[in-house]
Design a protein. Structure first.
Lengths: 198, 352
């Protein structure tokens, strides 16, 4: 049994042949996929799944989702449930030595973007910066930071997604925030001598 | 708990916005996903189906066979407009059509008109449905046995490539028998009646054809009387229940057949999706035919890569290993990494 999302995802059920899922219509499953695929892809990326493995990881998450669809609790905790699965898949994916090459990525840039080139560059720079920070972070704090800060989950959602108690969650998040500030200082984004007070 | 300073929070907000500027090509991802879902995921009944009852587990009867394709659409309202051809085939002398490949039995069946006015079979092509006139009964038999003219090549082509014990003669017999069993001027039998009279276990699920079944079924020519048409269709194992030829006399009126424009209305994704569904249901031949149609209609379409990948899977599922491996090599040369690649890479190896 793993700590990550442990109250939902027991090791044996997630890796074994699994209990035959209850009937789920394809329409229902596809609708669920369409509603959440971007969130899962985003989460996987932020959980430091390698770029070339993202599509496979996304697929893997939803294969698990399909197998465990009967466990899904509809409502506000859907994302937490997905995040827990994504976290497990990400953990596995990071250990993989993946093949290289990428012909047809699933993601597509939005064709119509209202932002200026400068805005676009700033966002990309910020995104890359955050990604670099996340890569340096250990796994528990990374998950807490992604769920709470980037996905802006509520405390209850993050608690459910990570499968840890609130105190642990807050401790990890607090530590991750400090690390983020230190990271930005080291990169010159925040002047160490002129620290901003929150 | 500590909070982030404004600048750090600003960086995060910019990163969040950057994240939101990416979108997944969901439809492509779904095709890849459904390709990779385990075969056991026939637990995904399609909308409109009566639950998870589509497993192809029927056994072939010793004598006679009747197949049908019902007109039930699978994918909701849009496809509900499509009607599918109904086909009946009687087998003589204990003859049987049996399948090929791993778990597929494909039965091409037909019911010829006895009016002697000829049989008409419409077969979809890249440009839409094509109408092929054939001669009277003999031509109908010829068409149904896979020896028809060019109009039938597209749908029937894969028959000749099957490794299994395809028996054109038996097919011809079946068609001939069906033709003569039908009452003069009578209509092709409706699937519903056949279901009732089939030698099938009570409560046995009735197979529902995908919405693109019209692509694979020969539809009667527009304006032609039902009795003048020979409609051929193919079906899969679970509808290959025994059916005495005499049952065909209990014909029901032919439902309106799909017009060519209905075929043309199917989107690229519909075709790929239907091919995928067929593949997952063990109907490799049907999948191949759909992929061929897709290739003719959308040679450089958005799902061209998926078409090639699914073709590899279909060939391998049918046991056409050499062809499958050749197609796999070509595919993997062209596509190094994509969601479907992992599945294709294993094809023809795991099937053996």
């Amino acid at each position: 049994m793993r700590e990550v999302g442990s109250f939902w995802l027991s090791e044996d059920r997630d890796t074994g042949p699994g209990v035959p899922p209850e009937a789920v219509t394809r329409a229902e499953f596809d609708a669920f996929y369409r509603a959440h695929a971007d969130f899962v892809w985003r989460s996987l990326r932020r959980l430091c799944v390698r770029e070339e493995a993202l599509d496979d990881a996304l697929q893997e998450v939803f294969i698990v989702v399909h197998r465990r669809f009967h466990e899904l609790r509809r409502g506000p905790t859907e994302r937490a449930w997905l995040f827990a699965i994504a976290q497990r898949v990400a953990s596995g994916q990071r250990r993989w030595v993946r093949r290289k090459g990428h012909a047809l990525p699933l993601r597509e840039e939005l064709a119509a973007s209202a932002q200026s080139p400068l805005e676009s560059a700033m966002r990309k720079q910020a995104s890359d910066l955050v990604q670099e920070f996340l890569r340096e972070l250990d796994e528990p704090r990374r998950a807490a930071f992604v769920a709470s800060e980037l996905e802006q989950m509520t405390g209850a959602e993050a608690h459910a997604a990570l499968g840890v108690n609130q105190n642990t969650l807050y401790a990890r998040l607090s530590s991750a925030r400090k690390a983020f500030v230190a990271f930005l200082e080291a990169r010159g984004v925040i002047e160490p001598s002129a620290k901003e007070e929150p | 708990m500590n909070k982030l300073p404004p600048t750090a929070a600003g960086v995060l907000e910019q990163a969040r916005r950057a994240d939101r500027e990416h979108r997944i090509d969901v439809e492509r991802a779904l095709v890849a996903l459904h390709t990779s879902l385990p075969v056991a995921t026939a637990d995904l009944p399609l909308p409109g189906q009566a639950g998870p009852s589509t497993s192809a587990t029927g056994s072939l009867p010793p004598a006679g066979a009747v197949t049908h394709v019902s007109g039930k659409a699978l994918f909701g309202g849009k496809a509900a407009k499509l009607f599918l051809a109904t086909a009946v085939a009687g087998m003589i002398g204990g003859g049987a059509l049996w399948g090929f490949g791993t778990n597929e039995r494909t039965v091409r069946s037909g019911a010829g008109a006895v009016s002697g006015q000829g049989a008409i079979a419409a077969v979809p092509s890249g440009a839409g449905a094509r109408v092929a006139h054939t001669g009277p009964d003999a031509s109908a038999v010829r068409a149904l046995s896979g020896l028809a003219g060019p109009g039938l090549d597209e749908v029937h082509a894969d028959s000749s490539a099957q490794r299994g014990p395809v028996r054109p003669a038996a097919l011809a017999d079946a068609a001939s028998h069906a033709a003569h069993a039908a009452p003069a001027g009578g209509a092709i039998k409706a699937a519903a009646q056949l279901e009732g009279s089939a030698r099938r276990a009570p409560g046995r699920p009735v197979r529902v054809a995908p919405r693109v079944a019209p692509l694979l079924a020969s539809a009667q020519r527009e304006g032609a009387e039902p009795a003048q048409a020979a409609v051929s269709a193919r079906d899969s194992a679970d509808t290959a229940g025994a059916q005495p030829a005499s049952d065909m006399a209990q014909a029901a009126p032919v439902p309106p057949q799909p017009a060519a424009h209905a075929v043309e209305s199917e989107s690229e994704l519909d075709l790929i999706d239907a091919a995928l569904t067929s593949l997952r249901e063990g109907q490799g031949t049907r999948a191949l035919s759909l992929l061929e149609i897709h290739g003719a209609r959308y040679p450089t379409g958005k799902f061209a890569m998926e078409r090639q990948g699914l073709r590899v899977l279909a060939l391998c599922a049918l046991g056409r290993v050499e062809e499958g491996r050749a197609a796999r090599r070509a595919f993997l040369r062209a596509v190094r990494d994509a969601p479907i690649v992992a599945r294709v890479r294993r094809a023809c190896d795991e099937e053996q």
